[in-house]
Design a protein. Structure first.
Length: 456
């Protein structure tokens, strides 16, 4: 479920009661104040939230500390079956984040990595963690936590494809919307890799279905979101069942400085691969805004825009589920076929919409921030922010849905007078250009669309 501010109020964006364990309790079977020793350090993983970090960019503790890279998969200490899966997946050489992080992951180091959207973070996590799996041991060794069902499903698919040549490897997906008995049974079969939303992971772990006593690696994909107030309690509850000896991998496109304080409760001497927020790449994405002065003119402006442009594939972002429904209704009434997708929908309906969108059968999705994180649909050339999220960090996640894999993309922000101030803040925060919507916007979008015709 999404609040009016566009945040999830349960662990994977579904009604809170589905996230409870089978006894109906949130607290689970164990004491949430469990303390344990990790290496030579003792950690208190209580449920109380840490005080916000008040450091600054000059604090050396939070600066990148890793430059060593391996620029060939063949030179990495990877099993042959895994290498075969990497090349079959379509990779020839590692991207920067993969060259910098995979060897450290393979060596068992904790890793914090901030890298731009579509830089290959998920593949780095998959390859690095699979390189450590002991296929002779029938035990769950990798736990991946994702903030949404859609992102979890996408990550599970990457594990399944890259690991397809590892003959006895078992990867399972645990999210809401799948029969509970089926998920309990699959968890009890001890799959090597479990990809979960936090609420589902906690439910299965607290009820003894998902065994974590032999975990080697815990992964937080979109770590800044999972360590935010919306998810932090669930994450701590999950960690309270673990031994504390696991490897932790925290990856995201944005990691605010305040988040490092929370991370330090769990990390031990981590490798830090960081890109400062102002240096996150927006290359290839042309950004514009149109000020309609009063929000009551937004819908008419959006409809007028749609009448003037050709859509390859687009995503319209809002800040609430109600706005998703309203915008979709009005666009469809005016003859524009768009599909709403939000956390209040049945999972099978969300899956069907995403499958249709990836095929190109649906051209426009309207969503709150359910699709802002990590979802990879390479044919998206246009992102429209119908409402600006107050969280500046969220901006790059949204517009990062366009211009994938170095292709051209366009981002248009429809703002009222109040939101216009945020455009100035975004320009300063990302040191980027966001210009007024030009008269030839149709031609600019067509240029982005044409690159896909050239690739056919």
């Amino acid at each position: 479920m999404i609040t009016e501010e566009g945040y999830f109020d349960s662990s994977d964006g579904i009604p809170i009661d589905e996230e409870k364990n089978e006894t109906g309790n949130i607290g689970g079977k164990r004491n949430g104040n469990r303390k344990y020793r990790r290496g030579n350090r003792r950690y208190d993983r209580s449920y109380s939230k840490p005080e916000a970090y008040t450091g600054n960019n000059g604090d050396s503790e939070f600066q990148p500390n890793w430059e060593r890279r391996i620029d060939s998969f063949d030179q990495m200490p990877l099993p042959m079956e895994l290498l075969t899966g990497i090349y079959a997946y379509g990779f020839k050489n590692p991207y920067d984040i993969q060259a910098l992080s995979i060897d450290s992951i393979n060596r068992g180091r904790d890793v914090v990595a901030q890298a731009p959207e579509m830089s290959g973070k998920t593949v780095a996590l998959v390859i690095g963690s699979l390189s450590r799996v002991d296929l002779k041991s029938k035990s769950t060794q990798i736990l991946v936590l994702s903030p949404t069902r859609e992102l979890a499903a996408q990550t599970w698919n990457v594990y399944s494809e890259i690991g397809s040549r590892m003959r006895v490897l078992v990867c399972k997906l645990f999210i809401g919307g799948i029969p509970a008995e089926q998920q309990r049974r699959e968890a009890e079969e001890l799959p090597h890799v479990c990809v979960c939303t936090p609420g589902k992971a906690y439910d299965l772990i607290s009820n003894g279905n998902l065994r974590v006593d032999n975990l080697k690696t815990i992964i937080l994909d979109e770590a800044d979101q999972l360590l935010s107030d919306n998810f932090l309690d669930d994450i701590k509850r999950i960690f309270s069942f673990c031994t504390g000896e696991e490897q932790y991998l925290f990856f995201s496109a944005t990691i605010p400085h305040s988040t490092f304080a929370t991370m330090n409760q769990f990390l031990k001497d981590p490798v830090k691969i960081l890109v400062k927020a102002e240096k996150l790449t927006l290359e290839g994405i042309k950004q514009f805004y149109v000020n309609v002065f009063d929000k009551k003119f937004k819908l008419d402006t959006l409809i007028e825009l749609y009448r003037s442009i050709s859509i390859q594939e687009a995503i319209i972002f809002t800040n609430s589920q109600d706005s998703v429904i309203e915008i979709s209704k009005h666009l469809n009434e005016h003859g524009f076929q768009v599909s709403p997708i939000h956390a209040g929908m049945e999972q099978k309906d969300r899956n069907a919409i995403m499958k249709s969108f990836r095929r190109g059968a649906r051209r426009t999705l309207v969503s709150a921030d359910l699709l802002a994180r990590g979802i990879d649909v390479q044919a998206v050339t246009l992102v429209i922010n119908y409402e600006i999220n107050k969280d500046l960090q969220q901006y790059i996640h949204r517009i990062g849905r366009a211009g994938r894999m170095g292709r051209k993309g366009v981002a248009i922000n429809i703002v009222d007078d109040q939101e216009h101030v945020t455009i100035e803040e975004l320009r300063s925060f990302y040191q980027t250009q966001i210009g007024e919507l030009p008269s030839d916007i149709a031609g600019i979008i067509k240029e982005a669309n044409d690159q896909y015709e050239e690739e056919k």
